[in-house]
Ligand binder design. Sequence first.
Ligand code: MG
Length: 356
Amino acid sequence: MQVTYQTIHLPKRFPLAISRGVHAASNNLFMWLTLNGTTGVGEMSPGKTEGANTAEAAQQSIDVFIQENLDVFDHAKPQPNFVTTVYDLAREQNVPACALAALDIALWDWLGKSSQQSIRQLLSLELPTVPTSVTIGINPPEVVKERVPLLLDGTGVKSLKIKLGSPEGIAADKAMYQQVVESTKPYEVQLRVDANGGWSVTQAEEMMVWIAERGADYIEQPLKEGDEEGLATLFPNRALPVYIDESCRFSEDVTKWRDRIDGVNMKLMKCGGITEALRIIEQANNHHLKTMIGCMGESSISIAAAAQITGLIDHIDLDSHLNLSPDPATGAKIQDGIIVPNDLPGHGAEVKSEFM
Ligand SMILES: [Mg+2]
């Protein structure tokens, strides 16, 4: 087997402000894993709560894991249960979720390429029919006014995810949301809100009614991770569906919080890749919950991987590559607002030669 890595700096077109801070760029780790003569490509976008804050930390943890499990990789078989076995071992050995995502994505890409099928074909999944949301970060109304046409004019975008939970409080949230409503009037666009845990229970009670009256489809992560008791208070009289994101990392969290949510938002970086995302979907379906898939600051590599399973998912938020300037990879196309899974073998995405 052979593994190579490359860290690439990804600057954002528009810095993204959420309740916890502003992100203008990230250093993502890309990995190429060759087994039995076939190479899979994976990507990690760093995250403190995803266990690896830097590309270096992620690379080191993947390297240690591979070195300690060489016998497993030496007996690699291009079958889904090999990838699942590696995922479970890596979780047991505490590989950080975002680092594991790079390895898991590379393995699924390898698996597809080994059998000359896309991951979607390998899993016998339908094509997605749901357009992706595009995110607008926390901004003052004057910036919203300028930004909305840039996001919506001629882009085919059909829904906006609005980041609220401003550190300046719910008056600032209302001013921003009101401007989004005004600015999106010329467009046919759905609105949904992600508070990234920026509200208290009292604020969430007020804001959920307020945004529901102003056309929002749903609220995501109204309360911060760790405040799930508060969700039990919000849930019975909720004005709109409640999704969790930060509060749902792995499939076991779906079961844990199922009685106080309408759905879950999974991310490959948060759960460790496609293997666990499929388990989250299965758990959500078992409990009649809705599903959403989101992203961190990921390029077309990780987005193309996530796109492969979107035929199973109710809401799609795979837009981070659209906010990169430039995107170092190709393979995640948007058509009529839908991130279309590539039909090439594996996830179908590649890092552009000038970034190698
Ligand atoms: Mg979110």
